[in-house]
Design a binder for this molecule. Structure first.
Ligand code: GAL
Length: 813
């Protein structure tokens, strides 16, 4: 059908090219000059309030991450119903044991030269934890509820022209408001956009690609705007910034411009080829003056969800090899940082991961930008609760008033990201029970559909039986099962969609570099040191080990993929040690809180990464005192078979087989007796030829500190970070897996020491101090650029150890 729109494709001559005539919109990011206090001062919004003694901070900022860790911050007695608990117990560390609860005030004074009377000014928050109350020049101008929501306030009438303005933001975090560490404060960007009165509506442009053929793709652009008698010109640029199509529209439909632009020989966006186009949209007044301009990145791709075959991207059946991620960035807390996010995605890419679920809330804009650029599909989630509570002061308090507004902002602000292939309206919401919940599920899904008819909606369901009976699961676009591997088959038959998503899988627990004996599969296993075993056989009562998911993913074509809980450890939820102080962060991560891979990383890599080979041996081989005792050796590899040697003696060939899920995905030598020396594995290809080798050796005493940076050159922008992995080796350069030396860090030159993290879930060392103990022989130091370019040195020292030194540098962008 021909769409009713009037627009003419033509080569638009930039007749209004004299810079002065252009009055474009300006974005001012309020990054510096913030003052912060946790004192309760009810008049802190007043213009003449004296904040000179407040702490000077820059935003993004997380007031709680500096600690100290203390059980008193989040001690609570109660039942975690989702975990199947029946009796109330005392819990600590559930929200990270960091001081996020309470009130915090931020103040900033700024002048924006671009603002003149008659213009529009919008104050944009990309997240504010939580319940922000916003004051400008002494007057309350807005507020919000949920700490993860993006929102903006029109401050055109309240901003003062040509002089200083005083912005004050009050944030309140109630106790019992989260199931994990939420962070605290202005943890995402705050900015002001100044525009002409005649301008594009904020988050009001929607770009879709409804019709894609090899030679031609249709790009559909709908743009809302303010003003009359205006025209819109769009230029589509390819990834090299070359203009490949231009269109002008003078007529509108239902208050929107609607353009259909054709792109010849489109490059399709996919995780393997994350090709991005830019739509430069310009709004002109009748006299030809440029009024507004937007640069919107988008991708050309098509998605389909179909019975039996499941999900396809650009016509190719694709399984989600995904991970769930909480928003905290370990030692940086919730304060968003692009370098830290990029590093996470780089690590995940190497694992072969192709998708992220932002559990259980709105992702940061930075994370979506990176997912677009680096090639990750995205399941953007909204809520962990609806009207019924999981925690007393959770989202249930906001649901009625805010749910629709929160979804509208989520969708409008992010819908042009090609990475987003699915929305989620909730995670394990207690509203899965009861008829009201069914109505709510429908209501929320309809809002998503209204705002974005191009993407389906899921809910991560744990009450699968109840949702089968009530119709809750049947009405969803995508039935998402959290765990419940035993119910997949039944759910597939009961639900009408014809496919099932593993919206949350595994929840296996392990601590990097820690191995426990005897090696047995166990649920809720606890040890006196509050660590979990890296033989990857331990899970929770409701969860399972990775191999059980792999079986479903591989054998059932109607299972469209999985999102593993979780890609990285996160602050809070220290299951299985919820009752054990000082556990304060999770054990679920495939990589630890510092981003260092646990053994499980290689299990997923051996399955997911089809480009590179994996041949990983566990455990380490320093077992003084276990000589002669059974010390099983596991190998995670993409090869089907391998031979193991201990000090040259063959332990036999193992071949993957179907005896158990573990036998199918791991090579295991369960009877190996420990003797110090060398563990060597030789892997065979399908013809029985030697294809790869690897070995692990017993290390001697710690001798020398070794440093390895993820990036040696960073940007001199005051935000970029180099992540330096610090390890200790013996005289022969063999890594010491048990080293727990206390190390000191010193950064000189054009950077500052920012934090360190060793991935130990029980450590009470705060991240920003310049010393920390190694955990299982490793830790990571974060070196942060200042705004002056130059050379950077990091020196790491430890008693009795040869010191480690690394030279880095920062460059102007
Ligand atoms: C799920 C829940 C997650 C996390 C996980 C731990 O039920 O959705 O947020 O709590 O369990 O296994």
């Amino acid at each position: 059908m021909k769409l009713i729109f009037k627009s003419i494709v033509f080569l638009f001559l930039l007749v209004f090219s004299s810079g002065k005539m252009w009055s474009q919109s300006t974005t001012v990011v309020l990054k510096d000059n913030w003052s912060f206090s946790k004192e309760v001062k009810e008049d802190a919004f007043a213009v003449d309030f004296d904040a000179s003694k407040w702490e000077k901070v820059s935003v993004p900022h997380d007031w709680a991450i500096y600690g100290p860790f203390d059980k008193k911050w989040d001690i609570q007695t109660g039942i975690i119903e989702q975990n199947g608990e029946k009796e109330a117990t005392e819990k600590t560390g559930r929200t990270g044991a960091l001081p996020h609860i309470g009130t915090g005030w931020y103040r900033n004074t700024f002048a924006i030269q671009e603002f003149k009377k008659g213009k529009k000014a919008l104050l944009i928050f990309e997240g504010a934890m939580s319940e922000p109350q916003v004051y400008l020049n002494g007057k309350k101008v807005g507020q919000w509820g949920y700490g993860y929501s993006y929102f903006f306030i029109d401050i055109s009438k309240d901003i003062i022209e040509g002089a200083k303005n005083t912005l004050a933001v009050k944030l309140t975090n109630e106790p019992f408001s989260s199931r994990w560490y939420p962070g605290a404060g202005l943890y995402r960007k705050v900015s002001i956009v100044v525009k002409e009165e005649e301008s594009f509506a904020q988050w009001g442009t929607f770009i879709t690609t409804p019709d894609i053929k090899a030679n031609n793709a249709v790009v559909d652009i709908k743009a809302e705007f303010h003003g009359s008698n205006v025209s819109m010109v769009t230029q589509i640029k390819d990834a090299n910034n070359k203009v490949i199509a231009t269109q002008k529209s003078t007529e509108t439909k239902e208050g929107k411009f609607h353009q259909i632009v054709e792109v010849a020989k489109p490059h399709l966006w996919s995780p393997e080829t994350p090709y991005l186009y830019t739509a430069v949209t310009k709004l002109y007044a009748a006299d030809g003056t440029l009024k507004d301009e937007q640069n919107i990145k988008f991708g050309i791709r098509f998605i389909k969800y179909e019975p039996k075959t499941g999900f396809s991207l650009n016509g190719k059946v694709t399984k989600f090899k995904g991970v769930c991620l909480h928003h905290d960035l370990g030692p940086l807390g919730a304060a968003v940082n692009k370098a830290a996010l990029r590093r996470q995605l780089t690590i995940l890419k190497d694992m072969g991961c192709n998708a992220i679920r932002s559990s259980h809330n709105m992702p940061s804009f930075e994370q979506l930008e990176l997912a677009d650029e680096m090639g990750f599909m995205f399941l953007a989630e909204s809520f962990d609760e609806w009207a019924k509570p999981k925690v007393e002061n959770g989202y249930n308090r906001f649901f009625k008033e805010y749910a629709e507004k929160d979804i509208v902002n989520l969708v409008r602000a992010t819908r042009n990201h090609p990475c987003i292939v699915m929305w989620s309206s909730g995670n394990e919401v207690p509203d899965q029970w009861g008829a009201e919940g069914v109505k709510r599920a429908k209501w929320l899904q309809d809002i998503f559909h209204r705002e974005d008819p191009t993407r389906p909606v899921t809910v991560g369901m744990d009450q699968v039986k109840a949702t089968m009976e009530s119709g809750f699961g049947a009405l969803l676009d995508i039935p998402g099962l959290n765990y419940r591997v035993h119910l997949y088959e039944e759910a597939y038959k009961t639900f009408p969609q014809g496919f099932i998503l593993g919206s949350e899988t595994a929840s296996t627990v392990s601590s990097r570099g820690i191995y426990k004996f005897p090696v047995v599969q166990k649920k809720n296993k606890q040890y006196p040191d509050f660590q979990s075993s890296s033989y990857d056989l331990e899970a929770c009562s409701w969860s399972n080990v990775p191999d059980e998911d792999f079986v479903l993913q591989d054998d059932k074509p109607w299972v469209i993929g999985e999102f593993v809980w979780t890609g990285f450890d996160y602050l809070g939820e220290p299951t299985p040690y919820d009752e054990k102080w000082p556990s304060r962060s999770s054990y679920f991560g495939i990589s630890d809180l510092a981003g260092l891979p646990k053994d499980r990383f290689y299990l997923y890599r051996s399955r997911w990464n089809k480009e590179d080979k994996t041949l990983h041996i566990l455990p380490h081989w320093n077992w003084k005192g276990r000589e002669g005792e059974i010390t099983p050796v596991f190998v995670y590899t993409n090869y089907d078979s391998a031979e193991l040697f201990i000090n040259g003696k063959s332990m036999g060939v193992q071949k993957k087989n179907n005896a158990t899920p573990q036998n199918r995905y791991r090579l295991m030598w369960n009877d190996v007796k420990y003797e110090p020396g060398t563990v060597k594995v030789v892997a065979f290809d399908s013809n029985g030829k030697i294809a790869a080798k690897n070995e692990v050796k017993t290390a001697g005493d710690p001798y020398k500190i070794v440093l390895n940076a993820d990036r040696k050159t960073i940007k001199a922008n005051g935000e970029d970070i180099s992540f330096v992995t610090v390890s200790v080796v013996d005289k022969n350069g063999i890594p010491c897996p048990l080293a727990d030396n206390e190390l000191q860090f010193k950064v000189t030159g054009s950077a500052t020491y920012r934090a360190a993290c060793n991935g130990d879930a029980t450590s009470l060392e705060v991240f920003h101090q310049d010393h920390m103990k190694l955990f299982s022989g490793k830790l990571v130091v974060l070196v942060k650029a200042i705004e002056t370019a130059g050379t950077i040195q990091l020196e790491v020292t430890g008693q009795g150890l040869q010191k480690g030194k690394i030279n880095l540098k920062s460059e102007r962008q």
